[in-house]
Design a protein around this ligand. Structure first.
Ligand code: HEM
Length: 385
């Protein structure tokens, strides 16, 4: 059964949805040997696990594990301990001027498209997705954007190491990249604060103990690198979907459809394929008994195409409402940067629609060989007058 879902298989990298659909129908909760986990494909099972943090832990310390100091962040705490750090960052984010961030992001993409029009084929990932995503998260945090290509290489090594369970050779390059990223974040904390999210969270630092300061710094790192890598992947996936649904881009000239459409793009082919929780006590999901200490993987990609939750789940429906998809997760660990990601995707789609030239595919994109993150390595396109 599980050999049908090898997330690194070329066919599945190209299109995981038919296999996930088949699994959802035949064995919605299945043991995956490679992941050493129970994988969940039904929307309702995934939501239950993400919501019920009392039974399903994200914090490894709750199930006898340890967390290395550099990894202690909002992601490795569960409620109620997580509450303080999470609300510190959520409050700081809400205080940011997202309208101005969107306007600057729009300008950046427009400028790039103008420069690329008439220049032949180019790669959406390196020319649009990477610069847009680095610029948006740097703008949000209030830091100088690092050189695009250099930062993309560090982030890619970290992203690939998320599959370290499937391929142990990815672990060490990931560790080195994490250190480089830590050094970069340290330099931001050492410098005087510019306006932005980082300045807000740093204002809360005086009086905080060393452990809280560590959580704040590590969470800032997750915001930057995690935010960048998921957004860059989302931009590549969104452009690919728009290339294969050419009428959708045109329809998103309508402001309402732009708003609902960017969410539908993330549901339809989002970047984050799943997440892991560990059962802290015996429980049952569907027909399967889960033992304490066993890992459970809600597969967002499968849940987001579950017809029981999304009528016409395999169709791109720009005005889908409601659209409570799991592309940004759910519950206490859901994405802190959802509104920022939406702003970046609005800017992208609006700039594509504002361009006089039409974006068309210039060959097959190459999917990245990563299981946790669905992304393109390269996506060749050309702007036609
Ligand atoms: C389209 C782009 C994005 C997508 C699809 C996305 C998706 C996700 C998902 C699925 C999770 C939950 C993972 C889990 O439950 O284990 C998550 C968590 C998170 N995201 Fe995003 N994200 C995006 C962009 C961003 C951005 C731009 C930022 C910050 C600037 C950000 C910051 C975070 C943080 C800090 C968490 C951890 C929250 C916690 O554990 O409490 N994300 N994201």
């Amino acid at each position: 059964m599980t050999d049908r879902y090898d997330p690194l298989d070329a066919k599945i990298l190209r299109d995981p949805y038919p296999v996930l659909d088949e699994l959802r129908q035949s064995k919605p909760v299945f043991w995956h040997e490679g992941m050493g986990s129970w994988a969940l494909t039904r929307y309702r099972d995934c939501v239950r696990v993400l919501r019920d943090h009392a039974t399903f832990a994200r914090d490894p310390q709750r199930t006898g594990g340890t967390v290395a100091e550099p990894s202690l962040s909002v992601q490795t705490l569960d409620p109620p301990q997580q509450g303080h750090i999470r609300s510190l960052f959520m409050t700081a984010l809400r205080a940011q001027d997202l309208t101005s961030i969107e306007a600057r992001a729009h300008c950046l993409v427009r400028g790039r498209l103008d420069a690329l029009a008439g220049a032949g084929a180019f790669d959406v990932v390196s020319e649009i997705a990477v610069p847009l995503s680095v610029a948006v998260v740097a703008d949000l945090l209030g830091v100088e954007p690092p050189p695009y290509a250099e930062f993309a290489a560090i982030s890619d090594a970290i992203m690939r190491s998320m599959d370290g369970g499937l391929d142990p050779s990815l672990v060490e390059p990931g560790r080195i990249a994490r250190q480089q990223l830590s050094d970069l974040v340290d330099s931001w904390f050492a410098a005087s604060a510019r306006p932005g999210l980082l300045a807000r969270v740093r204002a809360a630092e005086p009086g905080a103990d060393a452990l809280v300061r560590l959580y704040v710094k590590n969470t800032a790192r997750v915001m930057f690198q995690g935010g960048y890598s998921t957004m860059a992947a989302a931009v590549g996936n969104a452009v690919h979907t728009l290339l294969t649904h050419p009428e959708a881009l045109h329809r998103m000239r309508d402001r309402v459809l732009l708003g609902t459409g960017v969410d539908e793009l993330v549901r339809f082919d989002g970047p984050v394929q799943g997440t892991t929780r560990v059962a802290v006590r015996a429980c049952r999901i569907g027909a399967v008994d889960i033992r304490p200490g066993q890992k459970v993987v809600p597969l967002f990609a499968a849940a987001n195409r579950d017809p029981a939750a999304f009528p016409g789940a395999d169709r791109l429906v720009l005005d889908r409402t409601p659209n409570r998809h799991l592309g940004y997760g759910w519950g206490p660990h859901s994405c802190i940067g959802t509104t920022v990601a939406q702003v970046g995707l609005h800017a992208l789609v609006a700039a594509l629609n504002g361009s006089l030239a039409r974006l068309v595919a210039a060959g097959e994109g190459v999917r990245r060989r990563t299981a946790t993150m669905r992304a393109f390595d390269t996506l060749p396109v050309v702007l036609r007058p």
